[in-house]
Design a protein around this ligand. Structure first.
Ligand code: NAD
Length: 378
């Protein structure tokens, strides 16, 4: 976030915020376990620095639960079972709850058989995909995860001025038995949609080629994505005439298209091709138990020494430290746990308004991190 964005943030107590979000989702019809799981996920995403996938999402989830776009209490429905692969339908339930349960099954299969493959379709928004790689790494498993966002045609593939894909995240996790896990987790668009929304609200600046204008020229203007809906309370990224752009030219664009095919076509979630599908995440996840493939007994030592080696390289000009994927999130989390979780005032106001509408007894005072100033830098 820019200083301008952070200056307007309230430093909140993550535990209080988790409780409040859990109560809102419970009042919206979710089971206690489901509500607590999603609340934990949103606060964790914010703690890790991925504000675009954190507590800022609650007003949208609340609205979607109201309109039936996502549904509370949906079970993870088994569609097919083949060897150590399982295919599930999420019935448009709460994505984090479904993806967590599906990951648990994939990891259990990997621990039993060496490999577990999960195909999940029609899950509501599954949020920060890195959370599932962390879940697998905690159980000692490698993960390869390809996700598409059905019903969310936002990204113009390389060479195109028109949308034909989603922000489709790719996530790879490798457990490190002797230290920090490797958790690579990113949207294949140059910026995640939530970051375009933050930019539209003045919270951050976007790279000047993050979007594609309707005229086929790169731009940093979020209006190209949201169009006139930017003025509404819940702007719609499908309303604009421009698009987000993929990262890494033809290579990132190719990964995005692969996610559409694997997370969209293979799972049955549907791609962002010519047919319009309901909004929802599709996820293909492969989990591996490394010790089952480690006849030389080298995996743990090799992972740990490689990670140490990478971190020990001389920083390039303009960078203080060489980090591995996952470090930035761990560092931000450690800092925010101590200093408080910064939440932009308009987001906190929106969450408290929803709580009031649901007759829940919360106010700003009760959410503030004790022992720190009310507003501050992150
Ligand atoms: P990002 O651009 O911040 O990249 C994050 C990745 O880069 C992480 O693995 C991080 O550890 C690594 N990284 C960051 N700085 C680094 C450095 N200096 N050195 C080495 N590695 C570094 O992420 P993003 O593209 O903005 O995505 C944000 C989140 O949005 C992700 O968690 C993603 O899963 C989520 N997302 C979800 C959906 C969905 O539909 N559920 C869609 C798109 C994105």
């Amino acid at each position: 976030m820019t200083d301008a964005g952070v200056a307007e943030s309230i430093l909140t107590d993550p535990e209080g915020l988790t409780k409040l979000i859990g109560e809102v989702l419970h009042a919206d019809g979710c089971s206690t376990e489901e509500a607590d799981c999603v609340a934990d996920h949103l606060v964790e995403a914010s703690l890790c620095g991925h504000d675009s996938h954190g507590v800022i999402r609650l007003p949208r989830y609340h609205s979607w639960l109201g309109t039936g776009q996502i549904k509370a209490r949906q079970p993870l429905r088994l569609i097919s079972s083949l060897g150590s692969a399982r295919q599930f339908d999420g019935g448009n339930g709460l994505g984090q709850w479904l993806a967590r349960a599906a990951t648990a099954q994939g990891v259990a299969l990997a621990r039993k058989e060496g490999i577990g493959v999960i195909l999940l379709r029609r899950a509501g928004h599954i949020g920060r995909v890195g959370a599932y790689a962390e879940q697998a790494a905690e159980a000692g498993c490698v993960s390869l995860i390809f996700v598409n966002v059905g019903g969310s045609r936002l990204v113009a593939p390389f060479g195109s001025a028109q949308r034909a894909g989603s922000t489709a995240p790719v996530t790879i996790g490798v457990p490190n038995a002797e230290g920090d896990d490797f958790i690579l987790d990113f949207a294949t668009s140059k910026v995640a949609e939530g970051k375009a929304l933050l930019a539209a609200r003045g919270g951050i600046d976007l790279p000047d080629d993050a979007l594609m204008g309707a005229d086929g020229r790169p731009t940093d203007d979020p209006l190209e994505l949201y169009g006139a809906s930017l003025q509404e309370r819940l702007p719609d990224p499908r309303a604009g005439k421009g698009a987000l752009r993929p990262f890494g030219d033809h290579k990132g664009s190719g990964l995005m298209l692969a996610c559409e095919l694997l997370g969209g076509a293979l799972t049955g979630n549907g791609t962002n091709g010519p047919t319009d599908h309901e909004f929802g995440n599709g996820m293909l996840a492969v989990f591996l138990e490394p010790s089952r493939f480690d006849d030389l007994g080298m995996f743990d030592g090799e992972v740990a020494s490689f990670i140490d080696f990478v971190r020990s390289r001389t920083p390039a000009q303009g960078s203080d430290l060489v980090l591995i994927p996952g470090d930035k999130e761990r560092r931000t989390r450690a800092q925010r746990i101590v200093r408080g979780l910064p939440v932009p005032r308009p987001v906190l106001t929106a969450i408290l308004r929803i709580a009031r509408e649901l007759n829940l007894d919360w106010d700003e005072e009760r959410l503030m991190k004790r022992g720190v100033a009310m507003t501050g830098k992150d």
